[in-house]
Unconditional design. Sequence first.
Length: 406
Amino acid sequence: MSCEEHSEEIFCLAKGQVAGCFELQDMLFQILRFLLRKTYGCRHSTELWTAFIRLPVSFYVEVEDDLKRIVDVISANLQLVCGKDEGFWVAATVTPARVRPHGSGVSDGRVGSRTRSALLDELRARGTAWFGALDEISFLSRIYDLESLPSNDSRFGTAAGDIWQHCVNNSDWPMDWIYSNPRFKLYEAEQEILLRFACEVVHPVVRKDPTEQAALVNAFNGHLSADGWELVEDQVIDGRPIYVPQMKVHALGIPLNRIKAVAATLNSATLYEDLRRLERIGDAEPGEAIALAKEIVEGCCKLILDDRKVPYSAKAEIPDLLKLLRSELKLMPEGIDETAKGASEIRDILTSLGRIAHSLAPLRNAYGKGHGRGRSFKGLQPRHARLAIGAASTFVDFVMDRHSST
């Protein structure tokens, strides 16, 4: 039997449409009428539907703590009405409404006004103390020179003075004063300042609770993705990530996430730095990306061999390291002998993955930026970078899994 997947946004609720968390009966029947009308009577395969119920952020944060219970209620009602039909399966998910990508979906590099408003409104709707574990002056001093900004209180000469007076000494300003203060103008601030503000809000020095940090990063990225931006891990201090803004690298997202997980597990600053360089250039610089893919494969091999106290030559290349890894790691699944049928093929596939990065590296020397170019010159293309990086990510993910489990 074949299987067809569908996802459908049934509607986007305004706050006034739902008076309470569980006044959802009308909504459930709307979903069911829609799905039954679209599918029953014309099915010849299994239909898998996901109904996305998108709530305005201000309402979503009010029900977030009860979200699992709300989804369970919706799912139970769906199952009750739909019954156990093997040809029809439906699930619901409740998410915050985000700013939609505009135009062609290709970012022009600017964070638009709608995205700015959505990001800042999310902070305000959540009631997040934007300064976190710091006081307002300590937080803002990480971004602004408060001594150079004017005071709105005639008793003080600078912004530092009146902020101290009203936030620390008297504490008579509301927590969200920063959003409307004319000296900071966060809703119209330069893009660099806005992104810096977002990163500081989730900095581990500011945001002590890792769960809250992760939730805010996820929320910020949900908004920023509409304009092609995201907050990514730059470095780790005391086991907590520091985030920086960067344009999204769409083509390499999944491979980079795999490599990032391996770098974190191996706790290697060198591998992490290679990853950060790769994140910055993406596939826009194919020669550099291929060179980094080779370094990542080589570095991962050496780190695993070091952990296992397996000696190797200082001049060892990837093929030499692969031979050592193949004999050291248990490549077959548990309960299957290393000499069983298929073991040889698995070893060959692993070797081939490692050699892709190694074999492409010489192309960088012949077709990279380091050589003069004539009119007919055709250099490496992004597809070559994606091939090398994809192979490298699959390789390191596999060998790391075997290293961790044997």
